[in-house]
Design a protein around this ligand. Structure first.
Ligand code: APR
Length: 312
């Protein structure tokens, strides 16, 4: 059986880590794409990573390019093209710079790799994945946004550290948009089945929720640019679910057609990812408070989508 092919659009910080993980896990051959001005950089990064594969024992090929022709036939396309945040910026501040980039990527992907399962990471995430799907005209099963897996990983880590429990025993889900009003759903958050409220006091839990919501900004403040290890790991978990037909239930930005009362909007909800892509959107019961928080988050996403629509 031929190896699968993974296309990575953007050879920057997240792109490099995605390539490293995809090669180490032998998900397939990797094509690392960037703009012509950064083609040599992409090629150098690919070569460095291939040489690392010589030590890890991976046979996956990694190539750097700025030719869309090289993306023909990719099974999974992960998009990180765009400008990352700087300290003091919100994700929504990136809409002006990243909208033309996602439009350019969408036009080329439509032409060169229309059958790929697409995972968008570029920010502002929910609006960028919306514009990608709209521009390509792809079915909603094939286009998903990576945010909920990352936000849930951050939430899980803070909970595990607070309780002094293994991260393996934490089950936590964050829904809604990938912004500061994202919705950690406490009703479904457990430590090995034990409702988290039984183990963590309310004030500490609120502090953890607040830290989760600002989790991306905390890292931007420390590093001067946005996170890349955890975002890449999150997208790779989604790619693996697709490539290995794992049918994993993961929180992800999915295109809603009435689910949770929202239409024509990408929002973080629990989905099943398998060989069919986003095979199902699960509508779980939410408390009234959680529904109100989801509405606030959806309204924030809609505002950015309206900007995108006005500029398109
Ligand atoms: N096509 C392909 N690549 C592009 C394009 C384009 N049209 N425009 C820009 N890029 C490339 C840049 O040249 C750069 O190499 O995207 C890459 C982005 O890499 P970084 O600047 O290192 O940014 P990164 O940290 O990887 O984040 C990328 O993901 O999480 C989001 O907010 C983050 O929107 C940002 C994106």
């Amino acid at each position: 059986m031929a190896r699968k092919k993974i296309g990575l659009i953007g050879a920057g910080n997240i792109g490099g880590e995605l390539a490293s993980l995809a090669a180490t896990k032998q998900l397939g051959d990797v094509v690392l794409f960037d703009i012509p001005a950064k083609e040599k950089f992409a090629q150098g990064k690919a070569l460095d990573l291939e040489q690392a594969s010589a030590l890890s024992g991976s046979d996956a090929k990694i190539t750097g390019t700025s030719s869309w022709e090289d993306l023909a036939g990719v099974d999974v396309l992960i998009i990180t093209a765009g400008i990352p945040r700087k300290p003091g910026q919100s994700r929504d501040d990136l809409v002006g710079s990243n909208l033309p980039i996602i439009q350019n990527v969408a036009d080329n992907a439509k032409k060169h790799c229309p059958d790929a399962f697409v995972i968008v990471i570029s920010n502002p995430l929910d609006a960028m994945v919306y514009e990608y799907k709209r521009r390509v005209g792809a079915p909603r099963e094939k286009v998903v946004g990576m945010a909920g897996v990352l936000d849930s990983a951050r939430f899980s880590l803070f909970l595990a550290r607070e309780v002094g429990a293994s991260i393996k025993d934490v089950r936590a889900t964050v829904l809604g948009g990938h912004g500061d009003d994202m919705v950690p759903v406490l009703g479904y958050t457990t430590i090995n089945g034990i409702p988290v409220q039984q183990l963590i006091k309310e004030d500490r839990l609120n502090a953890i929720i607040d830290r989760t919501r600002k989790g991306g900004g905390e890292i931007v403040g420390l590093m001067g640019t946005s996170a890349y290890y955890a975002p890449a790991s999150s997208a790779i978990a989604m790619a693996e679910a697709y490539l290995y037909d794992q049918k994993r239930i993961l929180p992800a930005a999915a295109y809603l057609e009435g689910e949770y009362g929202y239409k024509d909007l990408y929002l973080g909800v629990p989905v099943v990812i398998g060989a069919g892509g986003v095979e199902k959107i699960l509508e779980i019961e939410l408390s009234d408070v959680e529904k109100t928080m989801l509405k606030t988050s959806a309204d924030s996403v809609q505002k950015v989508v309206d900007i995108v629509k006005a500029k398109s």
